[in-house]
Ligand binder design. Sequence first.
Ligand SMILES: NC(=O)C1=CN([C@@H]2O[C@H](COP(=O)(O)OP(=O)(O)OC[C@H]3O[C@@H](n4cnc5c(N)ncnc54)[C@H](OP(=O)(O)O)[C@@H]3O)[C@@H](O)[C@H]2O)C=CC1
Ligand SMILES: CC(C)CCC[C@@H](C)[C@H]1CC[C@H]2[C@@H]3C(=O)C=C4C[C@@H](O)CC[C@]4(C)[C@H]3CC[C@]12C
Length: 314
Amino acid sequence: MGRLQKILIPFLGLVLAFWFYSARENFKPEMLKGKRVIVTGASTGIGEQMAYHLARMGSHILITARTEAKLQKVVERCLELGAASARYVSGTMEDMAFAEHVVKEAETLLGGLDMLILNHVGTSYFGYFNGDVGHVRKLLEINFLSYVAMTTSALPMLKESEGSIVVVSSMAGKVGFPFTVPYSATKFALDGFFSSLRQEFSIQSVNVSITLCILGFIDTGKISAVRSSCEEPSVTSAASPALRLPLPPTLRCHLCFSSRPAVARVHAKHPLLSPPPKSGPKTNFSPRATQNQPPPVRCTFHWSKWKCRPPASH
Ligand SMILES: NC(=O)C1=CN([C@@H]2O[C@H](COP(=O)(O)OP(=O)(O)OC[C@H]3O[C@@H](n4cnc5c(N)ncnc54)[C@H](OP(=O)(O)O)[C@@H]3O)[C@@H](O)[C@H]2O)C=CC1
Ligand SMILES: CC(C)CCC[C@@H](C)[C@H]1CC[C@H]2[C@@H]3C(=O)C=C4C[C@@H](O)CC[C@]4(C)[C@H]3CC[C@]12C
C-alpha cells in the first residue's frame, strides 16, 4: 500500500497534469486570417516573433513597445510576411493612460478587436531580492497593472467579437524560484487576476476566452553572451543545467569550479574580471579568479546585461 501510494499517486498526478495542460490539436492558421490583434512588447523577443506568426496568418496587427525604431522595422517585416495590415503605437506601459490609449487606437484604426496579446515585461534584475520596494511597485505597474488596464478597456470590444485574451506568463509565476523575486511576484499576480476573471466570465456566460501561457526558459538571444562566459565549452555542457541560466558571475563561477575544478578556465564577461590573454597559451584561471574562489564582486543580471560592483570596504 505504501509503495502504491508513493508511485501510483504521483504518476496519476503527472498523467492528469499532462492531460490538463496539453492543447487539443484543432488549431488552423485560417482562424487568425483577418482578425484584429494587439501584441504588446512586440519590438523584440517573443512578442516580435508572435507578430510575425500573426502576419503570416494574415491578421490585422497593432503592435506596441517603447522603442519606435524597432517597432517600425517589425511593422515593415509584418507587411512583407503578409499581414492584412500592420501598425504600431510607441509608449511606456508604466503609464496606465498609455495602456488605455493603445486599446483606443485599435478601436479607431481597426474598428474593433478580436485578440489582445499581453506580453510586455519591464526590466528587472536576476539576483537576490535587494529590498527595493520602489522597483517592485514599478514592475507591478508595467507587468501587471497595465495588463489589467488594457483588459478593462478592451473588454467591450472583445465581448462584441467574442474574442480572446492571451497573457504571457512564466513558470516563475507558478512556482517560487530564487533570484526573480519582483518578476515572479508580478507573474503570480497575473495568475490570480486572470484565473479569477476567467471563472467570473464562465459564471456570467461572457464569451471571451482567457489563456495564460506558462513559459519555461526561452533563449531569445539576449543571454547567449552570458552563457558563453564560461570559456571552456566542455565545462558549460558538463556542468549542471543551471549553468545555462543567466546566473550572476559569482554563482556561475562556483558552478564551473565545482563541476570541473581542475580544468575550468573562467572568464566571466564583466568589468571587474581581467580578460584572458589575447594570444599565447591560456592560463587555467583568470588572475582575479584564483584558488577556486569566485571574484570578490557583487553582480545582478538586468535581463540583458550584468551590473557589477565591488563589495563595500569595511
Ligand atoms: N524569455 C524567456 O525565457 C521567458 C519569457 N517569458 C515571458 O515572455 C514575455 C516576453 O519575454 P521576452 O521576449 O523574453 O522579453 P524581451 O525583454 O525580449 O521583450 C520585452 C518587450 O517588452 C517591451 N517593454 C519593456 N519595457 C516596457 C515598458 N516599460 N513599456 C512598454 N513595453 C516595454 C520591450 O520593448 P521596449 O524595450 O522597446 O519597450 C520588448 O518589446 C514576457 O512576458 C516574459 O515574462 C516567460 C518565461 C520565460
Ligand atoms: C520548477 C522550477 C525548477 C522551474 C524553474 C524554471 C526557471 C529556470 C525559469 C522559469 C522562468 C524563467 C525566466 C523568465 O520567466 C523570464 C526571463 C526573462 C528573460 O529576458 C531572461 C530569462 C528569464 C530570467 C527566465 C530565466 C529562467 C526562468 C527563471
